[in-house]
Design a protein around this ligand. Structure first.
Ligand code: AMP
Ligand code: MG
Length: 487
């Protein structure tokens, strides 16, 4: 994609479709106990690097009528809109309560209802200092923006309930970071998500002992994100139970697709159960349960396999913040919901990755156990195992166990090992019971559930290197196109 080629650069500000969206002052109308009004940074440059045309129809917009200049005016120069709200929140970071958080390099740009009738936030990242910046510069590195775009598009393709990025504008500043070769380039990113209300938003209200503000915000959350619960007598209890269910489902999705978020602090957990804020994330290279994404997570607190336990723990911590509005004992079922939903969804998704929609419980457990035992024991790429299963699947596998994954490098190099033999034996056994139509369905589920393109670290680094070395954005655009069109 060449941005400049496709879209004209009409400079007519008043007709900017982003400025005429039907913004609703939802959080704003709750009063300034929840936010501070802030101004956007002014940048030396504005170069549109990414526009997510796939999101425009949700806003009722057509890509051909939205110019690059419209993006820049709205989401780079931040013209003709306000107020911008830096949201207040606290959070548990690596187990320690931190009352010094809040939007330190972002703000809520606006809130709109999509044509899908869902409510969306436009949140910025890298838009300048706020009262919560502490020692930070309020900026986002270009690499940080590029990485978040890729994570969100990949997760979305994999069926994970995630925020997505609407745009990235390079802003021409030199930033200094300990974790990137510096000076490094800067950008401002727009994230479109269901909400930027976090677990930590409620933790802050509890810290200041303001059950009145907690209740007001809970009503707001239910109205906008759990509307079917409005009018229920025990709506708060039902809300917490559903939140637990949603988070259980989300973490099952992460685990199945092999995603390690990296920083599961309570300020990075959305009250809608949506996944967002992708900093030092990684897709696991192989099935190493203790794989840890963030270099500063010295003890592996947020490693891949801890994610379900950590999310459960964060939900338990959140009970403390709700305790003045929701009786503690009534929140217990919520945690049970979490356990149930997580286990059910993880099993369902993993079996789909193996090609099956319905298996007898024992058979499913046995297959899953042997798959994970195999993946854990050998340095096999988690993603390539499943991608190869989809790419090379053949109905002939039903008649000949020896042909299973034979056309894949994995089968060729590990076909003689005991664990592979066990696994392929179980897989074969299941296939022998299937009709030709059912086998065709297996092939279909395998391709749907296992994209060929996965953004393992070297893939991201390679796209980034082209940007750094030659300012060549094509590999990045090609990668996104591949992700978005991979069936
Ligand atoms: P994050 O690691 O992006 O989830 O951010 C954690 C906290 O640090 C939030 O309060 C951020 O707003 C703040 N923060 C992160 N980076 C910066 C920065 N460069 N300038 C100001 N605040 C920041
Ligand atoms: Mg964050």
């Amino acid at each position: 994609m060449n941005l400049a080629d496709i879209h004209n650069t009409n400079n007519n500000n008043s007709s900017n479709p982003f400025l005429s969206l039907n913004y609703e002052p939802a959080i704003e109308s709750l009063g300034d106990d929840y936010y501070d009004e802030v101004a956007a940074a002014e940048y030396p440059q504005h170069i549109l690097r990414w526009r997510n045309d796939a999101l425009l129809p949700i806003l009722g917009l057509t890509p051909s009528t939205v110019t690059d200049e419209h993006f820049i005016q709205a989401f780079g120069k931040f013209q003709e809109r306000k107020p911008f709200l830096a949201l207040r929140y606290h959070g548990y970071q690596f187990g320690e309560y931190n009352p010094m958080l809040g939007d330190g390099r972002g703000f809520l740009y606006g809130q709109v209802r999509g044509v899908d009738n869902r409510f969306y936030d436009f949140g910025t990242k890298g838009s300048g200092r706020t009262p919560y910046s502490r020692g930070g510069d309020g900026m986002l590195t270009l690499k940080g923006g590029v990485r978040e775009v890729l994570a969100a598009e990949m997760l979305h393709r994999m069926g994970v309930n995630t925020s997505r990025c609407l745009s990235v504008v390079e802003t021409g500043m030199s930033l200094w970071r300990g974790d990137e070769p510096s000076p490094t380039r800067s950008c401002v990113m727009i994230r479109m998500s269901q909400s930027h209300i976090r677990f930590g938003t409620f933790e802050r209200l509890n810290y200041f002992q303001r059950p009145d503000l907690t209740q007001r915000l809970l009503d707001h959350v239910i109205e906008h994100y759990y509307p079917h619960l409005q009018g229920e007598e025990d709506k708060y209890v039902l809300f917490y139970a559903e939140l637990c269910q949603r988070v259980g489902k989300l973490v099952a999705q992460w685990m199945a697709v092999g995603f390690c978020h990296g920083v599961l602090n309570t300020d990075n957990m959305s009250i809608t159960g949506e996944s967002f804020d992708y900093g030092p994330y990684a897709f696991i290279p192989n099935y190493d349960p203790y794989f840890t994404a963030a270099y500063f997570d010295y003890y592996g607190r947020y490693c891949y396999t801890h994610q379900p336990g950590i999310c459960r723990f964060n939900l338990e911590l959140l009970q403390k913040a709700f305790k003045d509005v929701i009786p503690l004992e009534d929140m217990e079922t919520g945690i049970k919901n979490f356990d149930y939903e997580y286990r059910k969804e993880y099993r369902r998704l993993m079996l789909r990755k193996l090609g099956f929609e319905q298996l007898e419980v024992f058979q499913g457990e046995e297959l899953l156990k042997s798959t994970l035992a195999f993946l854990k024991h050998y340095p096999v790429s988690y993603h390539h195992f499943f991608a190869d299963l989809g790419r090379t699947f053949s109905s002939k596998w039903r008649d000949d166990a020896g042909s299973i994954l034979h056309e894949s490098e994995i089968g060729q190099s590990l076909g003689n090992t005991e664990l592979f033999f066990n696994w392929s034996g179980i897989y074969h056994q299941i296939l022998t019971n299937l009709s030709p139509d059912e086998l065709e369905n297996v092939a279909k589920i395998l391709t749907q559930s296992n994209p060929q393109t996965v953004i393992l670290k070297p893939v991201i680094e390679s796209a980034w290197e082209s940007i750094v070395q030659e300012d060549n954005w094509q590999p990045f655009y090609d990668l996104i196109k591949e992700i978005q069109s991979d069936k």
